[in-house]
Ligand binder design. Structure first.
Ligand code: PLP
Length: 369
């Protein structure tokens, strides 16, 4: 064992590096391409409302001050909007930080954490970091959630039951009736973490937020949301969780750093809520584009999961890493899925119409080469 291995916790070595992929500028400089379609991280290509940017520039005179540790103003507007108590809300440096905070607060070595598979990798990674053991419930061959399997497992105790609805990467989801059944089936000792990162896209489908059905849940729960997707603020890093009780929120608060959400993120999120129509319009555009892209890909013979998120999960029937690398060289960035059994899939975010057309053209070029 090396000295470094003796110093570091062994769990660290079991976690694969997070697959963030390349950014716009890296692709431009590495491949000498000017027009790049970035369809790899499920961002909103429209960005936030222009009024949000104005508020941000006004806030730049306040950068010498620490942010509000409690995100007080944002907390107030959000609580009113969601009809929950201000005391139930916890903010994170992106909702990914909240996943980390939950795992660090709850998971002991050997604890069982149940999730869907394929999964958002951080649901698994933070569990493993704490020495917890991940139990994966695979989706079916139509890339849909296996409700019976999920209900059966949910009835047995686990430390956490954590999954995204709609789920990432497949975009599949539980409809309101299924979600209600799952809530009723959940073991009362299991903490349910429902990740609703794609909520604003999903409300246009046969979907309900967990927040509308919390009366059915026995025991503790947390619903996670983010400003990174539909609200167009991924670069500022802000997400939040609504907890079943003040006690749970206060306990989680002890795990976060006191100033975990920066001032500009708080200002931008609060301003974004004031201009919801802008967000809703961009969501509508994305949904139209998603339908168009899915139809086109299916007509070319690809298996494409039914998705209510801002992304599609596409089976290209060969190694996705090589295929994604070939697309990169043409200026299209997509995410090759790396988890076992799904490494022939690409996850493709829905971009602007021009980006989506570029993806389709580049796809045809890679196919024919
Ligand atoms: C399901 C899911 N949860 C959480 C996140 C993290 O989002 P953020 O940390 O930007 O809020 C993502 C990002 O892709 C996601 O897909």
């Amino acid at each position: 064992m090396t000295t470094l291995e003796k110093i570091l916790r062994p769990e660290l070595m079991e976690i694969p590096p997070y697959n963030t992929g390349l950014g716009l500028n890296e692709v431009r400089s590495r491949y000498g391409i000017t027009v790049v379609a970035k369809l790899s991280s499920n961002e909103n290509p429209t960005g936030p409302a222009p009024q949000v940017l104005k508020r941000l520039s006004r806030a730049s005179s306040e950068l010498h001050l620490y942010p509000s540790s409690e995100a007080q103003l944002l907390r107030k507007s959000l609580a009113q909007r969601l009809d929950v108590s201000e005391k139930q809300i916890i903010f994170g440096n992106g909702s990914e930080e909240l996943i980390s905070i939950i795992c660090r607060s709850a998971v002991n070595p050997g604890d069982q954490v149940v999730t869907l598979f394929p999964s958002f990798p951080l649901h698994e990674d933070y569990t493993k970091l704490m020495g917890g053991s991940v139990e994966r419930l695979a989706i079916n061959e139509n890339l849909q959630i296996d409700l019976a399997k999920l209900m059966e497992r949910a009835a047995q105790p686990a430390k956490l039951l954590i999954f995204a609805n709609p789920m990432n990467p497949s975009g599949s989801w539980l409809n309101p009736e299924q979600l209600g059944q799952l809530f009723e089936a959940k073991h009362p000792e299991t903490l349910l973490v429902l990740d609703e990162a794609y909520h604003e896209y999903a409300v246009h489908g046969d979907y309900a937020s967990g927040l509308d059905l919390t009366k059915l849940i026995k025991g503790h729960w947390i619903v996670l949301r983010t400003f990174s997707k539909s609200w167009g603020l991924a670069g500022l890093r802000i997400g939040f969780g609504v907890c079943s009780s003040t006690e749970l929120r206060q306990a989680l608060d002890r795990t976060r750093t006191p100033f975990n959400v920066n001032h500009l993120a708080q200002i931008a999120a609060e301003a974004a809520l004031d201009y919801e129509d802008y967000m809703l319009h961009s969501v509508q555009q994305t949904i139209l584009q998603r339908k168009h892209l899915a139809k086109e890909l299916r007509s070319r013979g690809y298996q494409v999961g039914e998705s209510i998120g801002n992304f599609l999960f596409v089976n290209i029937d060969r190694s996705s890493v090589k295929f994604a690398e070939d697309l990169l060289k043409l200026g299209t960035i997509v995410k090759p899925w790396l988890q076992p059994s799904y490494d022939s899939f690409l996850r493709v975010s829905i971009g602007t119409p021009a980006e989506n057309e570029k993806f389709l053209a580049d796809l045809a070029q890679v196919e024919s080469s």
